[in-house]
Design a protein. Structure first.
Length: 302
């Protein structure tokens, strides 16, 4: 028996080691590009062109000039004429692009919460004719690739005079994210005992008061998870923003970075610094609300 127990314990130990090694490899695969972009954003342009690359920056190659250009538009005086030429005008559009993305994503999040809450609650609590078909139809819209509807969407917005506007992107992104928001909230509402709502109704609460006093506080993790998903989807979208925006009145950060990287003489350090700046809003959100996101996304999806 002791030999058998030792054998089982040894197998479990080896299994844990294998799982740990695989998890470490996956984590390294995910984080390595992000770490390299972050390190590159603080290196001089000349250092980024050297081979082998400087994975650990030395004091002589560290610089804040890329961030200085993004936030102030000033080019490092010590840079050569060639490097100065690499700082294209698109670099000055990074901050306006990030602001546009945040504004659009916030409005999309608001639309998702306002419309997704009652819709998710209705699909969870009420059974009406065709409810399952309607729900599955909403989810099926997520299967449509963006490229398949971009042309009719462009024609429609052109006729409505909404091309190159934030309102157009808010409407499109809301339509894209709302089905998933309803799905998350439906699953989360299903885990809340209906007795709480019945007790609130017996105490004289109407529908909206019941939602505000009982349902929303209990479903806060699911609501936050759905809101953050909607925000990040709208913040990172690229296809519609590329085709439907032309000026900085509505261009998002994804379009600006793409234009910056397509230049004939693009600055690698500037692109890396721009990527870091654009990564900050979703990273900060994920850190602040990580507990709610985990609780919301681990609900029982039935």
């Amino acid at each position: 028996m002791k030999l058998l127990a030792d054998s089982i314990s040894g197998r479990q130990r080896r299994r844990k080691i294998v799982v740990f090694c695989l998890a470490f490899l996956v984590l390294a695969y995910i984080l390595a590009p992000i770490v390299w972009v972050f390190v590159s954003s603080f290196q001089k342009e000349v250092a980024l062109e050297e081979r082998p690359p400087h994975f650990i920056p030395e004091p002589g190659i560290l610089t804040l000039s890329h961030y200085d250009f993004i936030f102030t538009g000033k080019v490092d005086k010590e840079a050569t004429i060639m490097i100065q030429a690499m700082y294209t005008m698109s670099g000055t559009h990074i901050l306006p692009g990030v602001i546009n993305s945040i504004v659009i994503a916030l409005f999309v999040t608001l639309v998702n919460v306002v419309l997704g809450l009652p819709a998710g609650h209705a699909f969870s609590r009420y059974r009406f004719y065709g409810s399952r078909s309607v729900f599955l139809g909403l989810l099926a819209t997520r299967l449509l690739p963006a490229i398949s509807i971009i042309v009719p969407m462009y024609i429609l917005l052109q006729q409505l005079g909404l091309l190159d506007t934030k309102r157009a992107l808010v409407g499109i992104y809301s339509a894209i994210t709302l089905p998933f928001t309803i799905w998350i909230l439906k699953a989360y509402f299903a885990n809340i005992p209906v007795e709480y709502e019945e007790a609130a109704r017996m105490d004289g609460c109407g529908y909206f008061r019941m939602m505000r006093r009982v349902v929303i506080p209990l479903a806060r993790p699911g609501i936050i998870a759905a809101a953050i998903f909607a925000f990040m989807t709208a913040y990172d979208e690229f296809v519609f923003a590329t085709v439907l925006t032309h000026t900085m009145a509505s261009k998002t950060q994804t379009v600006v970075i793409a234009a910056l990287a397509q230049g004939l003489s693009a600055s690698r350090g500037l692109i890396a610094a721009s990527a870091v700046v654009c990564l900050l809003p979703p990273v900060i959100l994920a850190i602040l609300f990580r507990k709610y996101v985990v609780q919301g996304l681990t609900a029982r999806f039935l």
